[in-house]
Design a protein. Structure first.
Length: 180
């Protein structure tokens, strides 16, 4: 076999191994990066993202400016957002709701509504006491210098408008996003 043939065969085997694996997102709140992944392979990385003003962790209430940790899905994509593009995530998850219920932050009705949405794979209520309307978005008309210098969101993950446009090509509704 020729060397070129072997390289082509190895390339085909490598791409075939990933062909059935879904693309997913990983937001690393410590490295301030968002990566597009397929299986264990990283396809693209967006550096210098911004998160909530108060960092990442467990959201205890609306307006706490914390980016929630956990595994979610892309629930909606709005290309006419004031933030250029807004990709809503399915926060809060049943796991978030269970912890909030145990801590007395939400009642049984809130928990049930969130758990039902999680079971059905739909977007949970967005007006809960532990927040909602969390997503990945661009800057819109905001000052890029603020984005470069600090975490500034109310709990979302922000990219520049150019980055969100590139990311948009990878993202589909229902796609998994892990925020760590």
């Amino acid at each position: 076999m020729s060397r070129i043939y072997i390289l082509l065969l190895l390339s085909w085997i490598s791409s075939a191994a990933f062909a059935g694996e879904k693309i997913w997102l990983l937001a690393d709140t410590k490295a301030l990066s968002l990566s597009v992944n397929q299986g264990n392979k990283t396809l693209e990385v967006f550096d210098n993202i911004a998160i909530g003003k108060r960092g990442a962790g467990f959201k205890r209430r609306v307006g706490d400016e914390i980016t929630p940790l956990g595994e979610y899905r892309i629930g909606s994509i709005d290309t006419r957002s004031a933030f250029h593009v807004f990709m809503g995530i399915t926060y809060p998850s049943e796991k978030n709701a269970k912890q909030a219920l145990q801590q007395g932050l939400i009642n049984q009705n809130h928990y049930a509504a969130i758990a039902d949405a999680d079971d059905w794979g739909s977007t949970p209520p967005q007006n809960t006491p532990i927040g909602g309307r969390i997503g990945i978005h661009g800057l819109g008309r905001a000052d890029p210098k603020i984005h470069e210098s600090m975490n500034w969101t109310r709990g979302c993950i922000a990219l520049t408008n150019a980055q969100i446009d590139r990311l948009r090509h990878w993202v589909t509704a229902g796609m998994v996003i892990k925020i760590k």
